[in-house]
Design a protein around this ligand. Sequence first.
Ligand code: ZN
Length: 282
Amino acid sequence: MSETENEVVTYEVRGAVAVVTMNRPEYRNAQNSAMTYALDEAFYRANADDEVKVIVLAGSGKHFSAGHDIGTPGRDIDSSFERKAGLWWDHVGKEGVDSRFARESEVYLGMCRRWREMPKPMIAMVQGACIAGALMLAWCSDLIVASDDAFFADPVVRMGIPGVEYFAHPWVMGPRFAKEFLFTGDRMPADRALAIGMVNRVVPRDELESETFALADRIAQMPRLGLALTKKAVNQAEDLMGLRTGMDSVFGLHHAAHAHNAEVGADSLAGQTAKSMRDSAT
Ligand code: ZN
């Protein structure tokens, strides 16, 4: 089915669980801005619905997501959307850092932070690839259930960039593992992600859905406000461990890298494409 016949994000409620599904399987759920804003709308809807207690974030097809869209026909980086994550000006029609910083503050760092702060618990249900920008979605979820075929990678060091925009690496896996993960850009298999505490559970691929929904249903038995306050309590503790300020400081380094690439080369991604990044993956 072509994208025009298909929504980039689908929304469904099963009992007390809202299922939000990235739906560009032909592009391994590469996230364009249309998808970001559709996700935001779906999350808003789930949080506003009193019948919904828990959200499951999924990706259709073989992979959770290959990350930000850096090369599909639906790439839409020059499009304006109604901004929701912050009050920074629109990036369209601006140049250099003026444009790039505005855009990434809004659609990447800003949106992921906004989603992390949703009052309802969210479980990422991850199969296959969870690469770069996809990590940001898994990490701003509260829990991660992965299938045994899932793998995780942030290979942007090849672009000369110190990790994706939502720089949670040292908090979600510990600093030494974060360095190995970032220095090598290698794929981390699900069992290793479990061993270092980056995911909650690893289950066989054909049980991914049943296990994730069993967990969601169990959490959905708890009182809504209790869950919201508990989530906030842990998030606040994580921020006291430096997550928020750490991320802000690294966002500056991230943009120094983009600007360096644009200054000395052809573009802010050091000439890398979706294909070149995929071909060099190990
Ligand atoms: Zn960036």
